[in-house]
Design a protein around this ligand. Structure first.
Ligand code: FAD
Length: 432
């Protein structure tokens, strides 16, 4: 591959969102001196996504407030920000250098490559899914489209009872819309939380006036003159809709990595240092599949996290790797989701839990569910329980546990119950 060998091209970061911005910033904070190009396909300056389904949708915050950095930041930190360029091909040399080519024909040579390409909304495969008014919510353009269509809509149907769907449902309901949530699974947010938390949100949304149907079968989207009018269910009933918002999860963007021959599987596979299988490329954030960072988790347990906190922490790990140091992902993952008056905060990862303990102090609208694995605290879902969330996060960070038999007593602070629980790594999960 012919390339200008006389100058350093530095690092090319593909994907200018939460993890790309965090990586560029972490590198400069560590004193990284090489050129950094942060390139993204979106025409917007890099922005925060969480508000798209919450405050931004409800007009409580304007677009400018979502922008990560002022114009001056990029110049001050010698980061070249390239917007509106979608990389479609990458040629890479064995030493990790190469050139990326965009759909406009532009070329971006690099010495090192970082993939922060995130994930895209999973598309609904159903008759009628291409009708006008069937929308998704992954990026700013999606949110602008939803905001443009909502004022004239009376009835919003949300397909998918996960975080994004429920946040958008609560926002639209607060704006006076009639909202129905259709979930094919047996409970809400089933991939991320345990049964107690699912039930809490089911009760809360129903009590607020949102219609939630679980275990539905979707037959097709029905419409007139090219525009959606409803969703037909397996029993033949049609739920009327002026807008159908599809929130059925995301698909990690692994295509570039696959073309590069990097190992992929539910994301781009990286090691504990955020390095992909070629040992040069780093991949972080929503697109990356990494070892479970919770102390004591089985050595071969892998996962892909979709959260702001993960994007930021994973960026730090990758920044160390790119500056020649090796630092593992040490922080305890955490996540939040605001749904109407309910603020869910999750500390740790409940994957693999074998016991739950529920703490309730009798206050309506409050919940804390603690998750245990082999007798050790590994995570908590806290709804409007900021103190419990902070206590669990602090305990997990210090390698402490809270004895399950004591934890249910809401009169006792979790931080006072926390005791040493230094985890030994669990044996590797047997392969089937
Ligand atoms: C509506 C919504 C609400 C959310 N709410 C919360 C919340 O409350 N709490 C929380 O913790 N997390 C929340 N999240 C999740 C959080 O925003 C993501 O985890 C985070 O954005 C991941 O950052 P990322 O940079 O890894 O990926 P992404 O944000 O997906 O960014 C990847 C970027 O790469 C670009 N890209 C992809 N391929 C190419 C290519 N070939 N060439 C150029 N550019 C490319 C994409 O266009 C995108 O801009 C929410 C997400 C959404 C969508």
């Amino acid at each position: 591959m012919a390339q200008d060998q006389t100058r350093s091209h530095g690092l090319l970061i593909i994907g200018a969102s939460q993890s790309g911005v965090a990586l560029a910033g972490s590198l400069r904070a560590l004193g990284y001196q090489d050129p950094i190009t942060l390139l993204g396909e979106e025409d917007h300056r890099p922005y925060q996504r969480p508000a798209l389904s919450k405050e931004f949708l409800q007009d409580k915050v304007d677009k400018e407030k979502l922008i990560f950095r002022a114009h001056q930041y990029w110049d001050d930190h010698r980061i070249e920000l390239v917007k509106g360029e979608r990389v479609e091909r990458i040629e890479k040399n064995p030493d990790g250098s190469g050139v990326a080519r965009s759909t406009t024909g532009a070329e971006f040579p690099f010495d090192r490559l970082a993939l922060t390409v995130g994930a895209r909304a999973r598309r609904l495969e159903l008759d009628g899914a291409d009708l006008g008014g069937v929308l998704y919510l992954r990026n700013a353009d999606d949110a602008l489209e939803l905001k443009a269509q909502l004022p004239s809509a009376e009835h919003l149907v949300v397909i998918g009872g996960g975080f994004i769907g429920l946040e958008a449902a609560a926002s639209a309901h607060a704006m006076g819309k009639a909202v129905t949530v259709l979930e094919v699974g047996p409970r809400l947010i089933g991939r991320a939380v345990g049964e107690e938390t699912s039930q809490f949100f089911l009760d809360a949304h129903r009590a607020a006036g949102i219609e939630v149907r679980l275990g539905v079968q979707l037959s097709r989207i029905v419409g007139e003159d090219g525009r959606v009018t409803g969703v037909e269910l397996g029993d033949g009933t049609v739920v009327p809709a002026d807008i159908v918002l599809v929130g059925i999860g995301v698909v990690p963007n692994t295509e570039l990595a696959e073309e590069l021959g990097l190992e992929c599987g539910n994301g781009i596979r990286v090691d504990e240092y955020a390095l992909a299988s070629d040992g040069h490329t780093v991949a972080i954030g929503d697109c990356a599949n990494m070892p479970n960072p919770i102390p004591g988790a089985p050595a071969d347990e892998r996962l892909r996290l979709e959260s702001v906190n993960n994007a930021v922490e994973h960026a730090k790990v990758a920044a160390y790797s790119l500056t020649g140091r090796r630092e593992e992902y040490r922080s305890i993952p955490w996540f939040w989701s605001n749904q109407g008056p309910y603020k869910l905060q999750i500390a740790g990862l409940s994957v693999g839990h074998d016991r739950t303990v529920v703490r309730r102090d009798g206050t309506d609208g409050k919940l804390c569910v603690l998750y245990y694995r082999d007798g050790r605290l590994i995570a908590a879902d806290c709804v409007n329980s900021g103190v419990d969330f902070l206590d669990v996060k602090a305990a997990l960070t210090k390698g402490l546990t809270v004895p399950a038999d004591d934890a249910a007593d809401p009169a006792r602070r979790l931080k006072e119950l926390a005791v040493s629980g230094a985890p030994e790594p669990l044996p590797a999960t047997p392969r089937s």
